[in-house]
Design a protein around this ligand. Sequence first.
Ligand code: 8YV
Length: 311
Amino acid sequence: MKPEILVTGPMYPPTLAKLDETYTTHKLFQSKDREALVASLADRITAVASSNSGGIDGATIAKLPRLKVISHFGVGYDTVDVAAAKARGVTVTNTPDVLTEEVADLAMGLLYATVRRIPQGDRYVREGKWLKAAMALTESLQGRTLGIVGMGRIGQAIARRAEASNMKIAYQGPRRKADLPYAYHADPVALAKATGMLMVACPGGEATRGLVSRAVIDALGPKGFIVNIARGSVVDEPALLEALQQGRVAGAGLDVFADEPRVPEAFFALDNVVLQPHVASATHQTRAAMGQLVIDNLAAHFAGKPLLTPV
Ligand code: 8YV
């Protein structure tokens, strides 16, 4: 009899296939009666596999008295009620490190695309406009200072890339990191004012909800740029949309949104924003590595061994 697990959200199909092979999987996200499914499993489920598009809340955790581990597909786990889990002695694991460089690549790609207007140039050629005139010049990244909000593993990987592009680095976060040689600003408004260019790379969740507020966005100024590869919840999205519409900031590159996959259509009409469908880690190699961590943490649990990546 294969051990049973509850899978609360869809994830990388090969990983799901591997879970189906190894476990009797109960897929909450496919269930017609989620309440009934959870109730039917209450007396025996010890492990859950969750994802960003299907997390697990405190109410569901409370209905699983034997639960021991939540193996989450993602480095960010803001769709998991970690406080409720910890209160119950349930360990949550995530998928850090294996996606750091991949996410940093997309972040820099989005910064280049936004400031050097690469998608706009692509459209300019496709629409035959180059036949009539050269495309307008853009701003330069050279010598600019990139203000990174959130200097964790991904923030530092972005900083390395930006430095290789002759950019200077400043950052904001809960605390100064003594081992980093960059200028630190406790206040995101001060970081925006000092740099005019923000890269949002901090965790999501209540602690950072609305951290990049209207005041931060206004502090960027009309030559300012912002890229968000973290979570839509971190940025005041209506304030950013308004600032872009009114030219109070020069441009934005967005991979994440407040209510994914629903993106406010008002963004579509704007020529100063580059939009991506939350793809920072979306390569076969990286998603496979993330999935392997989900699998390895579950295997460790069922083998009574230490979990690999507890949060
Ligand atoms: C998602 C991410 O996991 O890891 C994260 O926190 O946001 C992404 O890698 C991915 O979009 C799959 O849902």
